[in-house]
Design a protein around this ligand. Structure first.
Ligand code: SF4
Length: 338
């Protein structure tokens, strides 16, 4: 890690290094951005926006997600309402194949290019993989050519190969937080186990989608640590979530991330990963509201999830599409991503 000389202003350095040469910030530099005073926030967001436009282009990718299997997960991720270990209101449920096909069709109709099938599990068993196989086939038989991503927990090599063979082109598996903070968040599996799945996914040629949640009691130093750990993975996409304290979970009384902190983190993550698709995922409505969401879109974000999240209602897809139209940001077309 290269230390930043005290005298170098981090945004001036970032302009040359990240905007000019496409090299992401170091951990020390990310930390300096996260510590910028409030009056320099708009400058950081502006630079992050320029970086996004230069290295990713003006398009915004839209994705819809659907839960194939909700709740009843044996793991203990402290933020998650789908863990069966906490007394949350979420009950275990399966979606049927016609429901999946319908959701995929509705997602395509919003203009989305990506449809992600999610299951609340430690890892898939034969039944779940069979459901996914059947679901992918039924979506294609419906004449829907939307790209299909999956998020099914930790995988074995054989399962990675099976998903590739089904035509799943992107796999989501979040590292959730910095390696040093992970044991505070999850005790039933390790950060390294998650990392192994991501490595296999990348090596098999699937696009790697890996992000996490901001606001789970991590320090600002750990946020910087997380940004560079993600950058090291070189993911195609990073979904950024802000904690929604879920009733019944150990984090139910955690405070919502303050809007300016959330925006600082958006800018810092963009400056750490100039070429990665940075997606607004859960919690943006609560943390940022409509105005903050626009600032994020003008501060480094270039992808969104439309409609509802897994167990939380989002705002209607039309509201996001209107926002993109107002911001004059083109929606990425399916033909561009094939
Ligand atoms: S493995 Fe996934 S679904 Fe299960 S508790 Fe953790 S975050 Fe929730």
């Amino acid at each position: 890690m290269t230390a930043v000389p005290e005298t170098t202003d981090v945004l001036a350095a970032a302009r040359e290094q990240v905007l000019g040469r496409g090299e992401g910030l170091t951990e020390a530099q990310v930390l300096a951005v996260l510590r910028l005073p409030g009056e320099r926030l708009s400058e950081a967001l502006q630079l992050a926006h320029e970086v996004r436009l230069r290295w990713c282009g003006p398009e915004v990718e839209i994705e819809g997600i659907i839960s194939l299997k909700t709740g009843g997960c044996p793991e203990d991720c402290h933020f998650c309402s789908q863990s069966g270990r906490f007394p949350t209101p979420v009950r275990s449920a399966w979606l049927d194949i016609p429901g999946l096909v319908k959701a995929a069709r509705q997602t395509k109709e919003t203009g989305a290019t990506e449809f992600c099938i999610v299951a609340a599990v430690r890892g898939p068993d034969a039944r779940l993989l069979g459901q996914v196989r059947e679901g992918v086939k039924a979506i294609r038989e419906d004449g829907n050519d939307i790209q299909i991503a999956c998020s099914l927990g930790m995988l074995t090599q054989a399962q990675v190969d099976e998903l590739v063979e089904m035509g799943v082109h992107r796999y989501n598996h979040n590292l959730e937080t910095a390696r040093s903070h992970f044991p505070e968040v999850v005790t039933t599996h390790s950060w390294e186990e998650r990392w192994d799945t991501l490595r296999m996914v990348g090596e098999a040629g699937m696009e790697v989608c890996c992000g996490g949640i901001i606001g789970m009691g991590e320090t600002v130093e750990q946020r910087a640590e997380f940004a560079v750990q993600l950058a090291e993975l070189n993911p195609h996409e990073v979904p950024m979530n802000f904690l929604i304290p879920q009733p019944g979970t150990p984090y139910e009384h955690y405070e919502i991330v303050e809007g300016r902190d959330a925006l600082r983190t958006v800018a810092a993550f963009r400056l750490a990963m100039p070429r990665t698709m940075l997606r607004f995922a859960g919690g943006r409505e609560l943390t940022l509201g409509d105005l903050g969401a626009e600032q994020g879109m003008l501060g480094g974000i270039n992808a969104i999830i439309v409609g509802n999240y897994l167990t939380n209602l989002g705002r209607p897809a039309s509201a996001d599409l209107e926002m993109l139209a107002e911001l004059k940001m083109p929606v990425k077309a399916l033909s561009d991503s094939l």
